[in-house]
Design a protein around this ligand. Structure first.
Ligand SMILES: [Ca+2]
Length: 183
């Protein structure tokens, strides 16, 4: 039988390997949470609210990518409700929808998947393309969408799939290669 301490040593070694910028891995080990610290879990996804420094739509998109995630776009009304809980009550937030390519043709993407849901107001005139310069979509505090200038600064929310935690091996989330060497 392999010594417990031997296994522990191996795991420690691998953890060190993971520690280099792999937040997801560290989170699983430290707390048994599926999502990294400061990320909220809802369903099978992790959400990070970027509220301290409002950003342009482009900056928001870029910041999410830097964290190994994508700018969120809600797939349902329930998800919209959840998103609005993550930001201050009076905040509008950027979502991953724009008509930059072709005016009036809104592209909304969950990562690379096209999303059909649109929550423009049923009454009113949004998207308005006011001033001919509103090509990015935001969710207003009431949960309804508006098109606005992409250069406006808004909080935003990033999203990535939650790592699955089923068994001990989950300590190696994000360290698949290392896990193979143990088997
Ligand atoms: Ca508008």
């Amino acid at each position: 039988m392999v010594s417990k301490w031997f296994i522990f040593g191996l795991i420690s070694l691998h953890l060190m390997g993971c520690a280099g910028g792999n937040e997801m891995c560290k989170a699983s080990i430290g707390h048994g949470w599926a999502c990294p610290p400061t990320w909220y879990q809802w369903g099978r996804k992790c959400y990070k609210a970027m509220i301290t420094e409002p950003m342009t739509w482009f900056e928001a998109k870029e910041e999410c990518i830097k964290m190994g995630s994508v700018l969120v776009v809600p797939l349902s009304q329930e998800e919209t409700d959840f998103l609005m809980l993550l930001v201050p009550e009076s905040s509008s937030i950027w979502i991953n929808c724009n008509d930059l390519e072709k005016e009036g043709t809104w592209k909304c993407q969950d990562g690379t998947d096209e999303v059909e849901l649109r929550t423009w107001p049923t009454k009113g005139r949004q998207p308005s393309n006011s001033g001919g310069d509103e090509h990015c979509a935001e969710i207003r505090p009431n949960g309804i969408w508006n098109d606005n200038q992409c250069t406006r600064k808004r909080p935003a929310i990033c999203i990535h799939p939650a790592p699955q935690l089923h068994e001990e091996a989950t300590v190696f989330v994000g360290c698949q290669q290392d896990m193979d060497t143990l088997q």
